[in-house]
Design a binder for this molecule. Structure first.
Ligand code: PMT
Length: 397
């Protein structure tokens, strides 16, 4: 989304200015062109060289001495696709609110016409100061996006709100700010990860699902304005920002959570790799090894959650399944659409290192109830997630 975009990163004088280095690195990784403007106070905390090397652009700190063009700041403002000020001090917040232009950053900001994100960071008392809060309110009313600071122990040893959030979080919210909100007010239920079926207290039956595909879909749907509930089997991933995440272990728990959320949901996306079978009678204590004797564990079928939802779903609800296949991808996917009453199925071949389980990329074919299909080339799971959502929106209407 940010590839080839012009991003203007404003840095003002707070101890959190060091976090702007990592933020700049994340922005550059997307393929964006980043220009940095620092205030004189920011230079007291971090050096310009770091930002010049990482951004591959000259850093603007002074309207007159830094540039051979007297309108450099106007060029930066006009060409910017998005502006982010992190950290933003009480001083820059007040200046933006009042329209004051007395340095490179505040003057540039008056000429900016693109979306702006402001990340306040300061001592808790300063942040809660009535003037600062009034300025933030008025900036928000004027269309600026304000990212609330975190609470915690601050550099001044105060405990409270005012800490600049982690760079990855700022980056995530910046992306969310720019995404078209085409899932606004839609309730989306996603299942992800494996289920784990106990044999005894130390052993289990499960599969290789890492949760990456399902979590990517939950993240993408949230950024597009959806209210997302994620029912997740055991994985090691961070819960997506702003998503209700409910952790479950086995198929029965997953079924219970999915069905209890069904009524209020518009779109259900079943990415979880649910174990088809579970041990009939899990042992209460560890099964002991018997010398040279084979062990048989009697298994019984788990409920098919997708099928249960397919039977219960209303006409206005859209049900998407995934099919993990090692062969006969197309035939099996089409069979599953019918058997489970799905509106769409995303079929992926599993068993290779760049697609399916655990990989960061996936090779998916989308099949629809009406018989049509789309072949998506191998790409990042994040991109697959967006294409999948595009198709849901188009088909659901
Ligand atoms: O998590 P990752 O490492 O990123 O890997 C992603 C993935 C490979 C797990 C994912 O892309 C995927 O293919 N998920 C579906 C895996 C699966 O269980 O496929 P299936 O063909 O066995 O099941 C078909 C559909 O029925 C699925 O939507 C599944 O959630 C659902 N199902 C299956 C069994 C069952 N008892 N209940 C179900 O609801």
């Amino acid at each position: 989304m940010l590839e080839n975009k012009n991003i203007l990163l404003g840095i003002t004088g707070g101890i959190a200015a060091y976090k702007a280095v990592e933020l700049l690195r994340l922005l550059k990784k997307t393929g964006a062109n980043v220009n940095v403007i620092m205030t004189k106070s920011a230079l007291e905390f971090v050096g310009r060289t770091t930002f010049e090397v990482l951004s591959e652009n000259k850093v603007l700190t002074d309207l007159f001495s830094d540039t051979d063009s007297s309108v450099k700041h106007i060029d930066l403002a006009t060409n910017a696709n998005v502006v982010i000020i992190a950290p933003a001090t009480a001083n820059i917040i007040a200046k933006l609110g009042a329209g004051i232009a007395d340095d490179a950053l505040s003057t540039t900001m008056l000429a900016v016409a693109c979306p702006v994100m402001i990340c306040p960071s300061m001592n808790t008392n300063m942040y809660q100061n009535i003037q600062v809060q009034r300025n933030l309110d008025s900036l928000e009313k004027d269309g600026f996006n304000i990212l609330d600071p975190d609470a915690g122990v601050l550099a001044c040893k105060t405990v409270g709100a005012g800490r600049l959030p982690d760079p990855w979080f700022i980056f995530d919210r910046l992306e969310a700010m720019l995404v078209k909100k085409d899932l606004k007010s839609k309730k989306i239920l996603v299942s992800a990860g494996p289920t784990v079926e106990a044999i005894d207290p130390v052993r289990f039956v499960s599969n290789h699902s890492s949760g990456k595909m399902g979590y990517a879909i939950a993240r993408a749907a949230e950024k597009r304005g959806g209210q997302v509930t994620l029912i997740s089997g055991p994985v090691t991933l961070e819960p997506p920002v702003n998503v209700e995440c409910i952790n479950v272990v086995n198929c029965e728990e997953m079924a219970e959570q999915m069905l209890s959320h069904l009524d209020e949901t518009d779109i259900i996306i079943k990415v979880a790799a649910v174990a088809d079978y579970r041990p009939v009678d899990p042992a209460d204590s560890k099964i002991k090894k018997k010398d040279n004797k084979a062990l048989s564990v009697a298994m019984t079928q788990n409920p098919d959650i997708a099928k249960l939802i397919g039977e219960k779903k209303r006409k206005d609800q859209f049900l998407v399944g995934f099919a993990a296949e090692t062969d006969d991808l197309e035939k099996n996917a089409i069979l599953k659409i019918k058997k489970k009453n799905l509106d769409m199925i995303a079929a992926n071949l599993v068993g290779s290192s760049d697609s399916g389980f655990k990989a960061d990329t996936n090779k998916v074919k989308l099949f629809f109830k009406d018989g049509s299909f789309i072949d998506i080339p191998l790409m990042d799971k994040e991109k697959v997630a967006d294409i999948l959502l595009d198709n849901i929106i188009e088909k659901k209407g």
